[in-house]
Write a protein that binds this ligand. Structure first.
Ligand code: TXA
Ligand code: MG
Length: 343
């Protein structure tokens, strides 16, 4: 299949709408990461998404909407908590898990009784949804297991020849996927951290919310998880990634003693001058938003540079940095080197 990579114009938007209507898959920019969009009500279209990504079919997709009329068709209940969250954060990087109606097909929701919905804060994505009147399901537009794509070129690298159209909307503003929160129970629970934090959500709801323990811990293979996506290997570049805890001085001593070929350090801005191996800065130490913007971009860049190992300065586990920590932990396959624990 020929893959057209193009900037958004009226013609391209119209082309995207008719492709979606015809059950095809289109890569679309959002404010978080690029998505692989297909009609959430069309079983064959959704099967094409799973196939293009190589994704296990029990891992449900997020449905993207442009208005509340669409939401009413998709969910069977729009609780008070959900209403408050939608009013505060939509359009924006928050996915709310709610009980589903029969409108979307069961392939979209991976056979679950619930569905994750969000209204993306991206002009191109919103225009396609409202023009086509198609609520599209869209997972991140990467091959399953790879770092999520934050530029159209990243999508092209993974999806060339597999889908007919990739719309280039430039670099994604946020850089990590949406926060996923379930409001199925009285106490909401965050299933995936993002740039909208626990504190942001608690302030809007006026009550405490939980954080799923899988966000920071490895789960045994047989455990039942709240979100199927938690089970799978994720965000991994070809290089082996190690998350390194400790102070800058300890980190510098550790990596500077390494002599292997093609190894890289990912450090915070300004720290590169302390390091004798190749290094890339991925944001300011206490600024999770800047780290989030750069994280996937850099992991993909290091793959293009044939990195064999990447040692990463460990971010904080609070605020937006929790999202960065969560993605890095999975990129690293939970390999942590704690320099504080060593003498
Ligand atoms: O920012 C984003 O959310 C991007 C853009 C394209 O919108 N999309 C995205 O989709 O990250 P995906 O498919 O890569 O991640 C969806 C996550 C998965 O971890 C999945 O398990 C979880 O959301 N999820 C979806 N529906 C769910 C449900 N009903 N219950 C629990 N978890 C759900
Ligand atoms: Mg994904």
């Amino acid at each position: 299949m020929q893959t057209l990579l193009s900037k958004a114009s009226d013609d391209i938007i119209n082309m995207a709408c008719s492709l979606l209507k015809n059950g095809e898959v289109v890569a679309v920019p959002t404010e978080t990461v690029y998505g692989l969009a297909a009609d959430a009500t069309n079983k064959e279209a959704i099967e094409k998404v799973f196939k293009a990504k190589g994704r296990p079919s029990d891992n449900p997709l997020i449905v993207h909407i442009s208005d509340f009329k669409m939401l009413k068709k998709i969910v069977s209940e729009f609780s008070e908590d959900a209403q408050k969250l939608a009013a505060a954060f939509w359009p924006g990087p928050l996915t709310i898990i709610m009980p589903k109606s029969d409108y979307i097909c069961k392939e979209t929701s991976g056979g679950l009784g619930s569905v994750g919905v969000r209204m993306p804060a991206n002009k191109i994505a919103l225009e396609i949804i409202s023009k086509s009147q198609i609520a599209f399901a869209a997972p991140s537009a990467n091959i399953s297991g790879k770092p999520s794509p934050t530029s159209a070129q990243d999508v092209y690298d993974d999806m060339q020849g597999k889908i007919p159209l990739i719309i280039n909307g430039g670099q994604c503003e946020k850089g990590v996927e949406s926060t996923v929160i379930s409001v199925l129970n009285k106490t909401p629970i965050i299933l995936r951290p993002g740039v909208i934090t626990k504190e942001d959500i608690e302030q809007v709801l006026g009550k405490e919310v939980l954080i799923a323990k899988e966000i920071t811990e490895e789960t045994a293979p047989e455990t039942k998880v709240l979100s199927p996506g938690m089970k799978y290997k994720h965000y991994s570049p070809n290089a082996e990634v190690y998350l390194v805890k400790g102070r800058l001085k300890q980190f510098a001593d550790f990596v500077n003693s390494k002599t292997e070929k093609n190894i890289f350090a990912m450090c915070f801005d300004g720290e590169e001058k302390e390091l004798k191996i190749n290094s890339v800065c991925y944001g300011k130490e206490f600024d999770g938003e800047s780290q989030a913007q750069n994280l996937f971009k850099i992991l993909r860049q290091l793959d293009r540079q044939n990195a064999s190992k990447i040692y990463v300065r460990c971010p904080k586990t609070t605020g937006v940095s929790l999202a960065v920590y969560n993605r890095l932990l999975r990129s690293a396959g939970f390999k942590i080197i704690d320099l504080n624990a060593e003498k």
